[in-house]
Design a protein around this ligand. Structure first.
Ligand SMILES: Cc1cc2nc3c(=O)[nH]c(=O)nc-3n(C[C@H](O)[C@H](O)[C@H](O)COP(=O)(O)OP(=O)(O)OC[C@H]3O[C@@H](n4cnc5c(N)ncnc54)[C@H](O)[C@@H]3O)c2cc1C
Ligand SMILES: *[C@@H]1O[C@H](CO)[C@@H](O)[C@H](O)[C@H]1NC(C)=O
Ligand SMILES: CC(=O)N[C@H]1CO[C@H](CO)[C@@H](O)[C@@H]1O
Length: 630
């Protein structure tokens, strides 16, 4: 086994002089900015305390997954998940935020094997069990005897829930539900941890009782024997195969063949099936909104973190990488001194800050509104629901694109797994698809905007008006409301996008007013302005069309953007240092704090399994015989 520790590199060189000089140029106190990003000095202190627990733990050392097969990567992920559970207990870490912090340190840029158990299975039990079910299932799940996943998506349908085909038919004779996957397209497909890890699944199925269909309901379905872990009768379960990323996760398939479960395995907090088969309706559908809002606001935070990590790697590397020349005869410049390189990276740095503050705002708002909901006040829920859907889509799209820009800005080495950028990208990008497919989310936000468009900011309002006008025109062409909606969807998505963009700018500038330190205020104002102006420059067509800006004004915007890039240049490394990603967490040779990239790149490559023997067997098998045949 090849054990690795990023913080104890083979070469104990001093700090790279180029990156050292960058840090001396900073105009503000990096530590104070870290406190703002964490929320408070106390939070920074606690985060670092948890970090040192992880880093000083010998179990944290492991082989580099980049050099492992998929099966070994899965094995390592399960091992780490199991260790993590024991360690959280050992260290007495129980606060949800601190658990998240510990886990993100422990799993690095990748996914957790038991992720679905924590983020979907347990929360669904907490929110949808009736009191008796709660008593039965929660202790089993919290002690990990029951390892669960959430099986909603099928091969044929993900977005359109009414299209799901799995059936649960009540049989009053035995007081059981009979579950079936009646078609190939009805096979459950994608749920994380379903293939190999879980012994239970919450299965979403169309409920049939007394001859009527009552729509989707959630059922607790045992899929593997609790002792032997063998699949149970009628259960066909497995792994769906390699994917773009998520290599350590066993996203799975599940085919149900006349699987019988007791009546009280249907989650019955809201709707019920009585023993005789009569159906009792849920009181309100709104309650399920709040879980979605919560998960989507967490994803906004993930967008910020993925982008912040990527900017840290690309900006640090851009200060130690020297290439080409600007003036003939002079030394090669740091690549960050090319205007185009700054133009690629600084707007993304500004975006990472913007999204961090949006994430903080959403978490705060979620907690405030949850308190209102507990008092029976649902008034703000529709707006928050629409906003969280839009911001989830807006930030994940922008961050996905941004990570890829960071990767390409590192040239060839960005393509190597040693940069960590490929892993960050493939782990992050499915957030555009799961928990609400992005286009569909934007259209949901648009539906809300068209009902309130008089209260919107003037730019956004123009776009909503345009979309609304398009719907009107389509309706006049004697189309139905639904067809008019479809024919106006491009405009509707643009309007939502503009609204979200505006909200991000607004929240960023609101954050500035909270900041007392003048040096930090000044550099964050520069970032906020860059974020806002870059948004205008990229959508200048809309601003011109709506006569909100003139052509000379648009030209001024691009002049101002160039000035802001130069203004930010001296603080670039300090601004990414403030995100405070430890080398062990970043796991990037290019993004190392000490900037000693080249010697470590060589060390990393030498560990490649292909180098294990000096001569690979393929030489003897194919290349040598080729010579004798020619
Ligand atoms: C890594 C990963 C993990 C996952 N984990 C889970 C899990 O744990 N449990 C689970 O149940 N599922 C899981 N999923 C599945 C995921 O939730 C679905 O893939 C997602 O909901 C999108 O649905 P879909 O695949 O049907 O896409 P589709 O809806 O088929 O989307 C395809 C295209 O159609 C467009 N489209 C669809 N509807 C509309 C519309 N109304 N208007 C305009 N355009 C539309 C979309 O914009 C998109 O461009 C996971 C998926 C991935 C990739
Ligand atoms: C939706 O709109 C597009 C573009 O106008 C059109 O091509 C398509 O046929 C419409 N879809 C349906 C189902 O009517
Ligand atoms: C030339 C070279 O660096 N070879 C290395 C290849 O990889 C193995 C481990 O897999 C090393 O031990 C070799 O030194």
């Amino acid at each position: 086994l090849i054990f690795w520790r990023w913080f104890c590199p083979i070469t104990h060189g001093a700090m790279n002089p180029d990156i050292l000089r960058e840090r001396q140029k900073a105009t503000f106190d990096v530590e104070k900015l870290t406190h703002i990003l964490d929320g408070a000095p106390e939070k920074t202190r606690r985060r670092r305390e948890i970090q040192s627990l992880v880093l000083s733990d010998p179990d944290f050392q492991h082989e580099d997954p980049n050099f492992m097969s998929r099966s070994d990567r899965y094995d390592l992920a399960v091992k780490k998940s199991a260790q993590m559970i024991l360690k959280l207990r050992e260290y007495g870490i129980a606060d949800p935020e601190e658990i998240l912090c510990y886990k993100s340190l422990y799993r690095g840029n990748r996914h957790e094997a038991l992720g679905l158990h924590f983020v979907m299975f347990l929360p669904t039990l907490y929110s949808q069990c009736d009191p008796q079910q709660f008593q039965k299932w929660v202790p089993l799940a919290e002690s990990f005897q029951v390892l669960g996943t959430y099986a909603q998506t099928e091969m044929g349908h993900g977005t359109h829930l009414r299209g799901l085909e799995t059936t649960a038919t009540y049989d009053p004779a035995t007081q059981e539900f009979v579950l079936n996957s009646p078609t190939v397209s009805s096979i459950k497909w994608w749920p994380g941890a379903l293939g190999k890890t879980s012994n239970y699944a919450i299965v979403l199925a169309q409920l049939y009782t007394q001859g009527n269909c009552h729509g989707l309901h959630a059922f607790i379905v045992p899929i593997r024997d609790m002792n032997t872990h063998e699949p149970l009768p009628g259960i066909v379960v497995g792994d769906i195969g390699p994917k773009f990323g998520f290599h350590e996760v066993d996203n799975g398939f599940l085919k149900l063949e006349n699987v019988r479960i007791p009546r009280d395995n249907m989650l019955m907090k809201y709707s019920k099936v009585e023993p005789d088969g009569s159906y009792v309706k849920p009181p309100s559908a709104k309650l399920t909104y709040s879980t979605m809002v919560f998960i989507r606001s967490m994803i906004v935070g993930e967008s910020a973190r993925a982008l912040a990590k990527s900017c840290t790697i690309a900006i640090r590397y851009s200060t130690v990488r020297r290439q080409s020349e600007i003036r003939p005869g002079e030394p090669e410049p740091q690549i960050l001194d090319y205007q185009t390189q700054q133009y690629k990276l600084f707007p993304l740095l500004a975006m990472a800050y913007a999204f961090t503050f949006v994430g903080q705002y959403m978490t705060k708002t979620y907690h405030r509104i949850t308190a209102d909901i507990n008092q029976g006040d649902f008034s703000e829920l529709p707006e928050l629901h629409a906003l969280s859907a839009g911001l989830k889509a807006f930030t994940t799209w922008a961050a996905s694109t941004g990570i890829e820009v960071c990767r390409m800005s590192c040239g060839g080495h960005g393509y190597s797994c040693s940069s960590a950028l490929p892993e960050i990208y493939v782990t992050f990008t499915p957030t555009c698809t799961y928990e609400g497919e992005n286009t569909v989310m934007m259209l949901q936000t648009a539906r809300y905007l068209t009902t309130v468009h008089t209260q919107l900011c003037v730019g956004v309002c123009r776009l909503v008006e345009m979309a609304a006008k398009s719907i009107q025109q389509e309706l006049q062409r004697s189309k139905s409301q639904e067809d008019a909606w479809n024919s106006s969807a491009i405009d509707l998505v643009r309007a939502s996008d503009a609204h979200c963009h505006y909200v991000v700018v607004k929240l960023f500038s609101a954050k500035l007013s909270e900041i007392g330190d003048t040096a930090i205020h000044s550099v964050l104002s520069t970032l906020a302005l860059l974020y806002a102006l870059q948004g205008i420059a990229q959508n200048s067509g809309d601003f011109l069309q709506a006569s909100l800006l003139s052509v000379p004004q648009v030209l001024q915007v691009s002049v101002r953007i160039k000035e802001l890039l130069s203004q930010l240049r001296p603080n670039a490394v300090a601004l990414v240092d403030a995100f405070d990603y430890h080398d062990e967490m970043l796991k990037s040779v290019l993004g190392r704090y000490d900037g000693n990239v080249y010697e470590n790149l060589f060390e990393w490559a030498r560990r490649s399994p292909l180098n294990r023997t000096e001569v690979h067997e393929s030489f003897h098998k194919y290349l040598k015989p080729l010579r004798s045949k020619l």
